[in-house]
Ligand binder design. Structure first.
Ligand code: 5GP
Length: 114
């Protein structure tokens, strides 16, 4: 069983969030501390703590999350480009252990990341 995080509380509407997209498999909402003019988190409703925990049966949801990011980017008019980030584990900079894809855009993004 994965731990209940604040993202599960957002799914259950126990914590407010600025939700931009929802379907039966995933939810997308604006990051509370945006690192770019557009900063959206896309999460599976069925929690996976981190990418490293993904199992073969999760391949469909992983593809769905990535495709959903591309649709939201279109919806947000990020026509000049954007970045998709998955922080994974402690050294990957992950702080909330419910898998999430960061969609960042609306400004030129530097590389390499810190
Ligand atoms: P991580 O560091 O795990 O990759 O990303 C977690 C993200 O969740 C951070 O960018 C952080 O700003 C965001 N976050 C943390 N708490 C909340 C919250 O209560 N609401 C929203 N919308 N975002 C949050």
């Amino acid at each position: 069983m994965s731990e209940d995080t604040l993202f599960s509380k957002i799914i259950r509407r126990e914590i407010p969030a600025d939700i931009v997209y929802e379907d039966e498999l995933c939810l997308a909402f604006r990051d509370i501390t945006p690192q770019a003019p557009t900063h959206i988190l896309v999460i599976p409703k069925q929690p996976i703590p981190k990418l490293a925990d993904a199992q073969p049966e999760d391949k469909m949801i992983l593809g769905h999350l990535l495709f959903t990011v591309s649709e939201i980017a279109r919806q947000e008019n990020l026509d000049n480009g954007y970045r998709v980030v998955i922080n994974t584990g402690e050294e990957g900079g992950q702080t909330v252990f419910h898998l999430h894809l960061h969609l960042l855009g609306g400004r030129a993004l530097g590389w390499p990341p810190g």
